[in-house]
Ligand binder design. Sequence first.
Ligand code: ADP
Ligand code: ADP
Length: 233
Amino acid sequence: TPLIELKDVGKSYGNIIALSGINLRVGAGEVTGVLGDNGAGKSTLIKIMAGLHQQSEGQLLVDGEETRFDSPKDALNKGIATVYQDLAVVSLMPVWRNFFLGQELRKGPFRALDAAAMRATTKEELHKMGIDLPDVDAPIGSLSGGQRQCVAIARAIFFGARVLILDEPTAALGVKQSGMVLRYISAAKEQGFGVVFITHNPHHAYMVGDHFVLLNRGRQKLDCTYDEISLDD
Ligand code: ADP
Ligand code: ADP
């Protein structure tokens, strides 16, 4: 059973059809690459999966069950987390504070932690995901763009994500930094997370993707596995 699935999903804004007939799924340990140029409907797709918009047509399923996200909180509660390109980080804030940002909205054992425990937990959680920062007290703005993306993904996982929706995580990055993020996506996949990797870079999608969806003007032009990719696409 896929972790998340869209069936024949469409979305209109008034007369504008932003998406129509979209079928997408991602299972545990899979990466689905979503490709498309500007205006193709990528943001709209993200907003539907993130609970910011509701589809006008079709179904959204989580663990095979039809569901409805009325808010981003509903999506998070089902383990669907979105990491946006323009990360909601306060650049002067230490890494550990960023890591716990918003945590107070969540029920659970983390609310009672003091600053020292939050520092230690941040270090530990990042280490678990293969990120070893020398100093979690450093302002998050002092990290490289790739490191910031990786920290944001680790943070989503710490918040309880099973599915990571990554909004152009390599778009603003150079070759080396992109490589870091792509390796990190592979690691998340190996650990059984489902990843929806939204990008306009086919090379990046092909490096980590198992399955590909190509959007063009709101329609799905390609829906195939890695083995089915032809050079004509
Ligand atoms: P992408 O993220 O791939 O650039 P979008 O999902 O932002 O694509 O946009 C898809 C289409 O829907 C575009 O034609 C865009 O102008 C339109 N659109 C997106 N959001 C809105 C909105 N809130 N109101 C009206 N039209 C929108
Ligand atoms: P809602 O009211 O459903 O939350 P909005 O219409 O306010 O959504 O728009 C959501 C996002 O889409 C905003 O970031 C807005 O800037 C963007 N947007 C609005 N209209 C368009 C459009 N025609 N094309 C592309 N993006 C748009």
